[in-house]
Design a protein around this ligand. Structure first.
Ligand code: FAD
Length: 623
């Protein structure tokens, strides 16, 4: 059935697998996507939403690099919000509420339209490895398919075990079976594996809810979108979410089920996502809080199904039901399905290189939840990177690695492979030391030139980005070079409680003042005339505004990033042996031997490696 040798086989059609398949195929690699159920391509296992704090920036980065997640998030969106708009631009984070079914359908359509991509529905039960190199996969029907590289993106499916109260059964996700065979084989090959868990809330029938008892949460009045491409448009209509709260009565009802909870009776041992705790975890850990927020989110444009965000649980279904019926607006609730928790295998990501290729088996890449991450965006971005690097390797081209100062994706990969993770890893803005540089508004400026070099962005796209960039820069120069007289600017300053000017000065200085916005500056005739004459659009104006108002922070971070780049340039030889470096702590020697950092900078980020260990290493390397 499969006579040809593929360049890249992607195992799993979740968020990681879909991006991996798209990037590999778009880079010209003959690619096969094998997944257990082709109806469930890029299925949203948990909440029907993309983006959010730090995750929204990742989706913009994926889009700038030529991935599909941004486009599909736009085409399937039912509501758009720019979170944190009241804070500085480093914190602005786009988020959409998605139509779950349309999201999966649009993903599948986009993949079907992708050249060089074949599909096959089956479970992969093992890998074919020869001389520490992957050369194929085996399916559960016993079919062998040959390839030059494999990207594993099994998500929560490896030996997945679903828990609802005291019942548990094998499964990769509600209604889908678990995947077996792969973990056992990888462990035999020398890989270390671990166990993690995550959970999801019940889905309910919107017709049984009383929304008049909840607070409406509409989308933004002027919605934006994810993709930098003009193939998608901002929403013209939106669906609202609703906010309600738990109460002490609800908490008491939930506590009645604690003795049957797999979380508390020891049946679940593995760690779950700290920042996305179950409701039982919340009332247990924060016993003094007498209510928790619940966001009631529609699952699509036309469906009556709702997702109860904040009520993730693995308590027995009767307890879930009784407790939810005590929530305001849920008195007559009908369940579509109860919440559940799932335990699954993952592989500590310190076993990977920056390319996401495993250190043990050549040509084998891991991406997504299999690496101990949680979240669609984290998974999708790893899939994109693994697909790119698998293709580059097959094409004998240099690897593609993003640094911590270039992208959140760089931070994510570097954190995973350098520090590892013992609990599900999700991205936060606080994980990025250069977050003022890594904004959602400039992901295209940062990354589209790289996508063009990789063959994932067209020349037209690159030109468009360059035009936006140069028009914004020219507008900043205009503020630096053009003066304004006190008689013109002082009424504007007074209206904004800003100190008046006594003599003419450059507009850059005035615009940089905290309470002066572009709307104020446009009242200066020459500014308005410039915008009209240069035909600047909203994005270009916003880009220039950020460059002026945050110039101090941006320059400081650029300087720090340059210093880091210098350390990134000090390479450590491959397979460097730290064992006999007596002046270095035992812990540092052990960790450095295990992780084998590629640069001094990476070595310095390994926990347990101190600045004095780094000094010793520098001396050793003759620096
Ligand atoms: P998945 O989306 O899980 O996709 C894996 C794909 O691989 C599936 O299509 C599967 O069929 C296929 N597959 C697996 N094994 C094989 C095989 N051997 N052969 C062929 N195909 C195979 N994220 C959050 O951010 N917050 C949460 O609270 C949260 N809760 C979750 C709750 C539950 C119950 C689940 C299941 C997931 C939850 N997630 C949550 C995680 C989110 O769904 C994942 O992070 C994301 O989907 C991971 O993407 P992925 O591509 O790695 O894997």
């Amino acid at each position: 059935m499969f006579n040809e040798v593929y360049d890249v086989i992607v195992v799993g059609g979740g968020h990681a697998g879909s991006e991996a398949a798209a990037s590999a195929a778009n880079m010209g690699s003959k690619t096969l996507l094998i997944t257990m159920n082709l109806q469930n391509i890029a299925q949203m296992s948990c909440n029907p939403a993309m983006g959010g704090i730090a995750k929204g920036q990742i989706v913009r980065e994926i889009d700038a690099l030529g991935g599909y997640s941004g486009i599909v998030s736009d085409t399937s969106a039912i509501q758009f919000k720019m979170l944190n708009k009241s804070k500085g631009p480093a914190m602005w984070s786009p988020r959409v509420q998605s139509d779950r079914m349309r999201f999966a359908e649009d993903w599948r359509n986009m993949l079907e339209q992708t050249k060089n991509l074949d599909f096959y529905q089956e479970m992969v039960s093992g890998l074919i490895v020869e001389n520490h190199k992957v050369v194929g996969v085996k399916t559960s029907l016993g079919i062998e398919i040959r390839t030059k590289s494999v990207v594993l993106t099994n998500g929560t499916f490896l030996n997945g075990l679903i828990h609802i109260g005291d019942k548990n059964f094998g499964g990769g996700r509600a209604g889908e079976r678990a995947a077996t065979g792969i973990t056992e084989q990888l462990v035999q090959l020398g890989f270390e594996s671990g166990r993690m868990k995550t959970g999801t809330p019940p889905r309910v029938d919107g017709r049984s809810l009383d929304f008049s008892k909840m607070v409406e949460q509409p989308g933004d009045a002027v919605p934006e979108k994810f993709s930098y491409l003009d193939v998608t448009k901002p929403l013209t209509k939106q669906r609202s979410c609703h906010l309600t709260y738990t109460s002490n009565e609800v908490h008491d009802l939930l506590r009645e089920g604690f003795d049957r909870s797999p979380m508390f009776n020891g049946r679940i041992q593995s760690l779950g996502p700290r920042y996305c705790p179950s409701i039982e975890d919340k009332i247990n850990r924060f016993a003094d809080k007498d209510r928790h927020q619940l966001f009631v989110e529609p699952e699509g444009w036309d469906t009556v199904e709702y997702y109860v965000n904040g009520f993730s649980t693995s308590l027995p279904e009767d307890v879930q039901f009784k407790a939810l019926r005590s929530v305001a607006g849920f008195e007559n609730v009908k369940f579509f399905r109860p919440g559940y928790a799932i335990e699954y295998d993952y592989f500590p990501p310190t076993q990977l290189q920056h390319t996401l290729e495993t250190k043990l088996v050549e040509g084998l890449y891991f991406a997504g939840q299999i690496n101990g991450t949680t979240g669609y965006e984290e998974a999708a971005s790893q899939g994109l990177m693994a697909g790119i690097n698998a293709s580059l390797k097959v094409q004998e081209r240099d690897p593609f690695i993003l640094t911590r100062s270039e992208a959140y994706i760089g931070v994510l990969v570097d954190d995973l492979i350098t520090k590892g993770t013992e609990e599900p890893y999700r991205m936060f803005t606080s994980r990025a030391e250069y977050r003022t540089l890594l904004r959602q508004d400039n992901a295209d400026i940062r990354l589209t030139p790289m996508a063009f070099d990789l063959g994932l962005a067209s020349e037209k796209r690159l030109k468009r980005m360059e035009e936006k960039h140069s028009k914004a820069e020219a507008f900043v120069d205009f503020f630096k070079e053009t003066s304004v007289k006190p008689e013109e600017i002082n009424p504007i300053l007074e209206a904004n409680d800003s100190a008046p000017m006594s003599q003419s000065d450059k507009m850059f200085k005035i615009f940089a003042r905290p309470n002066i916005t572009i709307h104020d500056m446009r009242k200066v005739a020459s500014v308005d005339a410039y915008i009209i004459e240069q035909n600047l659009d909203t994005e270009e104006i916003e880009q220039a505004e950020i460059q002026v108002k945050y110039a101090g922070y941006i320059n400081k971070e650029k300087n720090n990033a340059d210093k880091l780049t210098r350390l990134e340039n000090i390479k450590i030889p491959k397979n460097f042996d730290y064992t006999n470096m007596q002046s270095m702590s035992m812990e540092a020697r052990g960790k450095l031997n295990k992780i084998q950092p590629v640069t001094i900078s990476q070595a310095s980020r390994i926990s347990g490696v101190s600045p004095s260990d780094i000094s010793v290493l520098l001396v050793y390397l003759g620096r």
